[in-house]
Design a protein around this ligand. Structure first.
Ligand code: V47
Length: 354
C-alpha cells in the first residue's frame, strides 16, 4: 500500500510513514490532516478560560533550552508564597471567570514538599469548582527523587491534595541521545511515560507535549509521537497532544535556524495523522504565535489552549505571550478565521458554543 493509499484508508502509520509524510507538499498533507480533524471535530475550535501560574523559577535542573530558570540566564529568582498565588487567583476568578488554573513550577530544592502540595488543597478550599491542572512528570520525578518517595507515593499525594489533571510538560523529545544533550539529568523518557501511565491507571487524565524546532531531527519527532501512541493504546488517558515550538532567546541551546511556518504546520498535520488515538491536537498559541495557531486549525489542530492571562516560561525565551489573550479577542480571532469557538472545560466537556 502506498502512503497516499494508507492516508485514504485511515491506516495506522509507521515510523517510516511519518518521516515520509514530511516529503509531501503542505497542501496535500493539510488536506488529509484537515479531513481527519473535521471528522473528529467539525468546524469547532476549542479553547478554555484559564490562568497559567509559575510559582517558582528556581531550579536544580539545567535544561539548555530553558530561559525561565533563575539558575540559568534569568537574573530574577522568585518563589511565590501561597497567599500570593491565592490572591492572583482571587482576581482571575472574580474578573475573568477562569475555570482552570495551570500550575507549573521549576524544580526548587529549597521550597519543600509541603509548599508544592499544600497550595492545591488551599486552591480547592477557596475555589472548589476550579480545575487544578498541575505537576508535570518532570516535577513529579523531581519531588520523588528529592524527598525519597516513589512515583506512586507522589501521585497519591497529588490526588489527596486536589490535583485534577496533569499537564503535558517535561516530555521535550524522547529520543535518549537528543534528550541527554538538551536536558541531561531531568526525568528520563521512560520515567515520563511511566508517571503518566500510573496517573492514567488511577482513572485520571493528562496531556502530552513535544518540544520541537531545536536540535532534533524529523525522525525524533515521529518516534516521540509513536511512544505516546503506544502508551495511549494501553491507557487511553491522554486528552491532547501539544507540539511546542522551541523559542530560542536567552538560553544555552544555540540554534540559529528558526523553523519555517511550513515545517511547523507540517508537524501539526503529521501529529494529527500519526496520533490516531489522541482526540485533540493543541496549537498552544504562546509558542506558535496566535496567527499560526489559527492557521494550524486547518492543518490538524483543533484547540488553542486558553486565555492564560500570564505566562513566564515561553515568554522568557522570546514568545510574545506574557500577557495572555482576552476572551473577546480569542472569540473574534476564531470567528474571523471561519471557525466556531467552543469554550471547553479542562477535560474537553463543551461549556459554551458561540
Ligand atoms: O515542558 C521550556 C517548554 C513546557 C521552552 O498540558 C519551552 O495543556 C518553547 O508543558 N521554547 C512547559 N518551549 C509548558 C507546558 C504546557 C504548555 C501549555 C499547555 C500545556 C498542557 C502544557 O515549556 C516545558 C518545555 O517543553 N519550554 N523552554 C522554550 N525555550
Amino acid at each position: 500500500m502506498t502512503l497516499i493509499e494508507k492516508l485514504e484508508n485511515n491506516q495506522r502509520l509507521t515510523l517510516e510513514d511519518g518521516v515520509a509524510l514530511y516529503d509531501l507538499d503542505l497542501f496535500t498533507l493539510g488536506k488529509y490532516a484537515n479531513q481527519r480533524r473535521r471528522a473528529l471535530h467539525g468546524n469547532k475550535v476549542f479553547f478554555n478560560v484559564n490562568r497559567h501560574i509559575n510559582p517558582t523559577n528556581i531550579c536544580k535542573d539545567i535544561c539548555k533550552f530553558c530561559a525561565f530558570s533563575a539558575n540559568r540566564k534569568n537574573p530574577n529568582p522568585y518563589t511565590m508564597s501561597h497567599e500570593e498565588i491565592l490572591s492572583i487567583l482571587d482576581n482571575s476568578v472574580k474578573n475573568n471567570h477562569i475555570t482552570e488554573v495551570h500550575v507549573v513550577s521549576a524544580h526548587n530544592p529549597d521550597a519543600g514538599f509541603e509548599w508544592y502540595m499544600e497550595i492545591f488543597s488551599k486552591i480547592k478550599e477557596r475555589f472548589p469548582s476550579l480545575h487544578v491542572k498541575a505537576l508535570t512528570a518532570a516535577e513529579i520525578n523531581f519531588l520523588a527523587t528529592e524527598y525519597h518517595l516513589s512515583f506512586d507515593e507522589v501521585i497519591d499525594k497529588m490526588i489527596e491534595y486536589g490535583v485534577d489533571s496533569m499537564p503535558g510538560g517535561g516530555a521535550e523529545i524522547f529520543d535518549e541521545k537528543v534528550r541527554e544533550y538538551v536536558c541531561k539529568g531531568k526525568v528520563s523518557s521512560a520515567e515520563w511515560l511511566q508517571i503518566h501511565e500510573l496517573w492514567h491507571k488511577r482513572g485520571h487524565e493528562s496531556n502530552a507535549t513535544m518540544l520541537f524546532g531545536h536540535v532534533e531531527k524529523r525522525e525524533h519527532r515521529i518516534d516521540h509521537m509513536l511512544r505516546l501512541r503506544d502508551l495511549q493504546d494501553r491507557t487511553n488517558g491522554f486528552n491532547a497532544f501539544i507540539p511546542l515550538v522551541y523559542q530560542r532567546d536567552n538560553n544555552y541551546l544555540h540554534v540559529d535556524d528558526f523553523l519555517s511556518s511550513t515545517e511547523i504546520l507540517k508537524t501539526f498535520a503529521i501529529s494529527r495523522l500519526m496520533l490516531d488515538n489522541i482526540k485533540h491536537i493543541k496549537a498552544y498559541w504562546a509558542t506558535s504565535t496566535i496567527n499560526l495557531a489559527l492557521v494550524a486549525q486547518e492543518y490538524g489542530a483543533d484547540d488553542l489552549d486558553g486565555t492564560i492571562e500570564a505566562e513566564a516560561i515561553q515568554s522568557a525565551a522570546g514568545a510574545n505571550s506574557a500577557k495572555g489573550l482576552g476572551l473577546q479577542s480569542i472569540l473574534e480571532l476564531i470567528e474571523t478565521s471561519g471557525f466556531t469557538p467552543v469554550e471547553r472545560d479542562s477535560l474537553y466537556n463543551e461549556l459554551k458554543i458561540y
